[in-house]
Ligand binder design. Structure first.
Ligand code: CMC
Length: 428
């Protein structure tokens, strides 16, 4: 392949170098486009064709349905690794040794208490508040309670901020959940594993011992691994661009959480379950909803279907579908919604509308069914996604800061009015 791309503008040719990744992905490096041409820029709404960075964290091939964290396949990681190992891998680049993992976990545990005044903020939210709004605000509020974690430039200061958020975020998640359910806000237990601690903090009743169900622990571990990173998606790009102003980790993460909330992104897991429930209550008529999804005059979309990058299948969805079957069976849960989901998938996979547009079930299509079987309410699904995505956001933020990437600041093409004289209010 030629090592350059030539662009012709108004009869003048300009050469631009190519950047080729380790998996042979190719990009045209246009970083000098504006300065070498007459202020020409590129236009790519939704960034469908735009690379924002070179990254060594996650590789994704949407045509072949491949997802790898730091070179390890998602299938192997979901099968063999723990979430905390994956978090370490994503953030620091290599799988941890036993000693490294133990130290990482004990550093996290040492930080797993939040300032008790945070309770007052949690208390001030109405019970009706959506947990994603609450958790985004609480994450941002951590900045005020941990000022030393704001201006972090050295690797050491970054490490401290990272273990702090990995320790405190599960507490915030549990408190958000407990407040909504009228349960006392409590802390975790340093003797427990990361996942067990999250479950206990969320579900422990004040008057009884919390008994772990290994199936639930394993399912949550797997779900968090599957959600842990997904290269430059909407929320991750948000974290990177916010962090590029050097605002600090917690503030950057809170913007990522807000971006994740939307139903086209992480909020889809809640939207999927609400859709499946609506179909169930409507008599289970999947054909009716398939027709609605295909009707361009109807804003309804088949939630949990389609993906910006995956155009064959979402490997995470395959793993989750299998897990949904076994988790429900192991827990002895019979959920009619699982059958509706399978029915919709079956119909969509042979429907020309979905086949032609390469729309396949994504990670969110089956995850809500497992969360529901685990006793997690629908409006907490996206919070669970955020819990899983935390290491990915952290890894991407750290990579961006260590590479000293410049502040993110896209350009635009102005299409508004040209200069016109001001009209006084009595003449308008
Ligand atoms: N149901 C019906 N039609 C769809 C759907 C859907 N779920 N998704 C895409 N289409 C159609 C869309 O109308 C368009 O049709 P046409 O070419 O005739 O105008 C075509 O497929 C391409 O869609 P697009 O919106 O241009 O594609 P995109 O890459 O901009 O959007 C997406 C990707 C994920 C936002 C979109 O597929 C969608 O809205 N899916 C439903 C929401 C969802 O499940 N989101 C979770 C994504 S995975 C997890 C995550 O990101 O966090």
């Amino acid at each position: 392949m030629s090592e350059k791309a030539t662009i012709e503008i108004s009869g003048k040719k300009y050469d631009f170098p190519l950047i080729i990744g380790t998996e042979n992905e190719v990009a045209i490096d246009i970083s000098n486009l504006r300065s070498t041409t007459d202020s020409v820029i590129t236009m790519d709404p939704g960034y469908k064709n735009t690379g924002s960075c070179e990254s060594a964290i996650t590789f994704l091939d949407g045509e072949q349905g491949i997802l790898r964290y730091r070179g390890y396949s998602i299938e192997e990681l979901a099968d063999k690794a723990s979430f905390l190992e994956v978090a370490y891998l994503l953030i620091f680049g290599e799988l941890p040794t036993k000693e490294q993992l133990d130290k990482f976990h004990s550093d996290i545990k040492a930080q797993s208490v939040v300032d008790d005044d945070v309770r007052k903020i949690v208390d001030a939210f109405p019970k009706s508040a959506h947990p994603m709004g609450v958790i985004a605000s609480l994450t941002s509020a951590l900045t005020a309670f941990n000022p030393s974690s704001v201006n972090v430039d050295s690797e050491e200061a970054m490490y401290k901020a990272i273990v702090k958020i990995l320790g405190k975020f599960p507490v915030l998640v549990a408190w958000t959940f407990r407040k909504k359910n009228g349960l006392p806000l409590d802390y975790g237990d340093k003797n427990l594993g990361y996942i067990e601690n999250i479950l206990k903090m969320m579900f422990k009743q004040p008057n009884e011992e919390y008994i772990f169900n290994p199936i639930v622990v394993d399912a949550l571990d797997k779900l968090l691994i599957l959600h842990a990173d997904h290269e430059q998606n909407c929320s991750t790009s948000t974290v990177r661009i916010t962090g590029s102003s050097h605002v600090g980790l917690f503030a950057s993460l809170s913007t990522g959480i807000s971006a994740l909330w939307g139903p086209l992104h992480g909020g889809a897991n809640q939207a999927v379950l609400e859709m499946l429930e609506a179909i169930d209550q409507d008599g289970g008529d999947t054909e009716k909803y398939m027709a609605k999804a295909k009707d361009k005059a109807d804003p309804f979309r088949l939630m949990g279907f389609g993906h910006r990058v995956y155009k064959s299948f979402d490997p995470r969805a395959r793993i989750i579908k299998k897990a949904a079957d076994s988790v429900l069976e192991d827990l002895g849960v019979e959920d009619p919604i699982l059958e509706i989901a399978k029915g919709l998938e079956k119909e969509a996979l042979k429907d020309p509308y979905f086949v032609d547009r390469k729309l396949y079930p994504n990670v969110d299509f089956y995850s809500g069914i497992i969360y529901r079987a685990m006793g997690i309410p629908t409006d907490m699904f996206t919070v669970m996604f955020a819990l899983g995505r935390l290491p990915g956001w952290i890894a991407q933020w750290r990579e961006m800061r260590l590479k000293k990437e410049p502040i993110g600041r896209p350009r635009q093409i102005y299409v508004g009015k040209t200069l016109r004289p001001f009209v006084p209010i009595d003449k308008r």
